[in-house]
Design a protein around this ligand. Structure first.
Ligand SMILES: [Zn+2]
Length: 412
C-alpha cells in the first residue's frame, strides 16, 4: 500500500502542477486557497481545497478545460456525456490515456473472475438498440467484431421475455453484462418460465448498485453469482468486487476520499465519494463529489488485496419504469443525457404507462426545454406513454440524503 501511495502522489502532483498552469478554473482555486501543487508532500494536503461537483463543471464550462496537454499525450480528447443518478446531464472531456486506464481497471477486475477479453457478452445497457416502436423480434443486434449480443433494454417484458431467453440459450452466451434492474427482471422471467441457460458462467453488473435481494433473484433465475464494479464517467473513483464478494477501492487508479456525510439506515455512518483523477490532462477533476454515498467496511478481506473496502453503495439503486404493455425500462437516467439545462430530476410512476417527470431547471425554463425533454423521454418510453412534466424548486431526498431518480408510487 505504501508503494501505491507513493506512486499515486507522484502522479497527483504532476497532474495538479499541470492544472495550475493550464486550467484557468484550478489556477484561481489554488491561488485563493494558497495551494502550491509543486510543494505537495502528502495527498492529505489536498483537503485544503473545496470539493467540486457537477454544478461547478457546468457553471465553469471551458474554464475547466486545459489549454494544452503534456508532450506525449494525444492532444485530442474523447468527448463524453454523463447523465448520472440525479438526472443532471453534463459534458466532459477525457484524455485518451485516461480513457484507456479506466478500461484497464475494469478488465483487471473481470480477469479476477476468469473473464478474458474476447468472451462473447450479452449486454442489457442503456443505449437504444432497436427502434422503440419495434413490436416483433429481434430485439437485439449482434456486434460480430466486438463479440457482443446487444439486447434492447426497452423491450423486455412478459410478452417478449421468451425471445430474449431463446436467443441467449441458442447462442450459448457465457456472459451477461447490464444494469442490475434489467438483469434482475430477466432472471425473474427465466425463473418463472423454468428456463435454464446452461452455458452462462458470468453475470456482471454496472452503473447502479445491487441490493442483496436483487443478487438473490439473479442467482435463483440465472444460476450465477453476479459481480459488480463501481465507476463513473468522470473516472474519479472505481471499486471492484473480488471473488470473495467484497468491493475493493482501486487505490492505484484515482485518489478517493470518503467524506463523512451522516447516519444512514441502521445507524451506520455514510460517506460521500469524493475523488481526484490522476490522468485526465484535458479536464482534471479535483476533489470531485460524485453524489454517491457509501458505507465502509473495516474488516480485511480473505483475498488479501490491499486498500479500503466498501460495504455498500447507496443511492444508485433504482426502480424500473413499467410501460403500458408491461415492458420494463431500467436506467431512465439516459433520458437526461446531455440535457444540461436540468439540475436534477425525478421520474414518478403511479400506474403503468404514465410518468410524471419532476425537474429542477438550472436557469429559466422554456417551452423549448420542455420539448427537448419530452422528445428524449418519448425516444425511450415510446409515444404511447403519457408524460407529464412538472417544474419544481426542489426534489425530496431519502432519509439518508440521497436523491432517487425513479420512484414507483403505489407499487403498480
Ligand atoms: Zn477481496
Amino acid at each position: 500500500m505504501a508503494q501505491i501511495q507513493a506512486h499515486r502522489l507522484v502522479r497527483l502532483r504532476a497532474l495538479l502542477v499541470h492544472a495550475e498552469r493550464h486550467v484557468p478554473h484550478w489556477r484561481d482555486v489554488f491561488r485563493t486557497h494558497d495551494f502550491v501543487p509543486a510543494r505537495m508532500s502528502h495527498a492529505d494536503e489536498l483537503q485544503r481545497l473545496p470539493t467540486s461537483d457537477k454544478d461547478t463543471v457546468v457553471r465553469e464550462g471551458d474554464r475547466m478545460h486545459a489549454d494544452g496537454v503534456p508532450h506525449g499525450e494525444d492532444p485530442s480528447p474523447v468527448a463524453m456525456q454523463t447523465s448520472g443518478t440525479t438526472g443532471a446531464g453534463m459534458r466532459l472531456l477525457m484524455s485518451k490515456g485516461a480513457h484507456r486506464e479506466q478500461w484497464a481497471v475494469c478488465w483487471r477486475y473481470r480477469l479476477w473472475h476468469g473473464l478474458a477479453p474476447g468472451t462473447w457478452c450479452a449486454q442489457l445497457g442503456g443505449r437504444l438498440i432497436v427502434p422503440i416502436e419495434t413490436r416483433l423480434p429481434p430485439y437485439w443486434r449482434v456486434n460480430w467484431p466486438g463479440r457482443q449480443l446487444l439486447l434492447s433494454s426497452y423491450h423486455l417484458g412478459p410478452a417478449t421475455a421468451e425471445h430474449y431467453l431463446e436467443i441467449l440459450a441458442r447462442r450459448r452466451v457465457p456472459w451477461i453484462h447490464g444494469y442490475p434492474s434489467m438483469v434482475t427482471a430477466l432472471a425473474d422471467f427465466a425463473a418463472s418460465a423454468g428456463v435454464r441457460l446452461p452455458a452462462l458462467r458470468w453475470v456482471t453488473l454496472a452503473s447502479e448498485s445491487t441490493s442483496v435481494e436483487q443478487r438473490a433473484r439473479i442467482l435463483a433465475g440465472l444460476g450465477v453469482v453476479p459481480r459488480e464494479h463501481y465507476a463513473q464517467t468522470e473516472s474519479v473513483a472505481n471499486f471492484s468486487e473480488c471473488p470473495h464478494g467484497r468491493l475493493h477501492v482501486d487505490e492505484d487508479h484515482a485518489l478517493v476520499e470518503f467524506v463523512p456525510h451522516g447516519t444512514g439506515p441502521g445507524g451506520r455512518t455514510t460517506h460521500r465519494v469524493v475523488g481526484t483523477s490522476l490522468d485526465n490532462w484535458h479536464q482534471p477533476f479535483v476533489r470531485y463529489d460524485t453524489g454517491d454515498l457509501v458505507v465502509l467496511d473495516d474488516a480485511p478481506c480473505p483475498c488479501g488485496r490491499e486498500g479500503r473496502i466498501v460495504a455498500e453503495i447507496d443511492g444508485r439503486r433504482e426502480d424500473v419504469l413499467v410501460l403500458a404493455d408491461g415492458t420494463l425500462v431500467g436506467r431512465a437516467d439516459h433520458i437526461f443525457k446531455g440535457l444540461e439545462f436540468i439540475r436534477e430530476a425525478q421520474i414518478r410512476q403511479g400506474a403503468a404507462g404514465a410518468v410524471s417527470m419532476h425537474v429542477v431547471p438550472r436557469g429559466a425554463w422554456t417551452s423549448e426545454h420542455a420539448a427537448l425533454l419530452r422528445a428524449a423521454a418519448e425516444a425511450r418510453l415510446g409515444s404511447d406513454t403519457a408524460i407529464e412534466i412538472r417544474v419544481v424548486e426542489r426534489i425530496e431526498r431519502t432519509s439518508s440524503g440521497k436523491l432517487r431518480l425513479v420512484v414507483r408510487e403505489g407499487g403498480s
